[in-house]
Design a binder for this molecule. Structure first.
Ligand code: SAM
Length: 269
């Protein structure tokens, strides 16, 4: 039998595969597992941080689906893992469509296998840094109707860009193409001056050369002035969109590793 030769470079870690390794997935190679080990070294609870991020995704998608969003544009989708966007959305609305976008070709090759029997879901290789590559992609246009409200998702992605790159401009360009009634779901690493936050930044820089933390006010800026669904930008274990009165643990009672990932959901009126 011919030896399996992947058609992508496995000698260097990629964000998607390192994240997969941290979450305990199987779609990664030695260089990625080394990257994951760097995360574990600096933040032993890195897996819990990644799970917080996924829970943020799940809560945000469920809120949007329950509030009438039936098409999702998930940028930086990552490799298939626990409770993917289409699973969460289609549980609430079986008619919901999802377009996954990622610039790592492994996401397309592995995602296709998962989605072979799901006609209302597609995966596209395109880059957030070039919003037109997303907006003009024929497969995006096939699934997403830009005349109707969209759930735009930039989850677990912004930390990989430095503000010097002006990543808000890319999101702004995507949002401009979304009609009123759309949402922007975002999670990001926050910097409120705690050591575990600096540790995760150090891990990211060592493992991938990126993965910065941001002051909450900087994260908010990237929502492009959209008002946020209550309770606004919050640590994921305290974040239940649309349930501002829900009893949640006090921020100071959270484990330090739960005070790394923040989530927010903006609404385009
Ligand atoms: N969104 C998923 C989640 O939150 O669980 C995956 C997050 S993973 C940390 C970040 C993903 O963004 C990776 O799959 C990576 O390949 C992708 N990514 C990184 N830079 C990107 C870019 N410029 N355009 C599109 N995707 C990108």
């Amino acid at each position: 039998m011919a030896e399996y030769v992947p058609d992508f470079d496995i000698s260097k870690p990629t964000i998607a595969r390192v994240y997969d390794a941290i979450l305990g997935g199987k779609d990664n190679f030695a260089a990625d597992r080394e990257g994951a080990a760097a995360y574990m070294k600096h933040v032993p609870n890195s897996k819990e941080v990644a799970i917080d991020n996924r829970l943020g995704l799940e809560k945000g998608v469920a809120y949007m689906a329950k509030h009438g969003i039936d098409q999702f544009l998930d940028i930086g989708a990552g490799l298939p893992t626990m409770r993917n966007t289409h699973q969460v959305a289609q549980e609430i609305n079986p008619e919901a469509v999802v377009c996954y976008v990622d610039n790592d070709p492994i996401v397309l090759s592995h995602g296709r296998a998962l989605l072979a029997d799901n006609e209302s879901t597609t995966i596209v290789t395109a880059d957030l840094r070039d919003p037109e590559s997303i907006l003009n992609h024929p497969d995006v246009r096939k699934v997403i109707d830009f005349e109707r409200p969209i759930g735009l998702m930039v989850v677990g992605l912004f930390m990989h860009f430095h503000d010097e790159e002006n990543p808000g401009e890319w999101v702004g360009a995507l949002l401009d193409a979304c009609p009123s009634g759309s949402y922007l779901l975002m999670t990001d690493f926050a910097d409120t001056g705690e050591p575990q936050q600096k540790a995760i930044e150090k891990a990211g820089l060592e493992a991938l050369g990126n993965g910065w933390v941001r002051k909450p006010e900087k994260i908010l800026e990237h929502f492009q002035g959209l008002p946020l669904v209550e309770p606004g930008l919050e640590w994921v274990p305290r974040w239940f969109p649309g349930e501002p009165d829900r009893e949640v643990p006090a921020a100071e009672d959270l484990e330090p590793y739960h005070r790394i990932m923040m989530a927010g959901l903006g609404y385009k009126a």
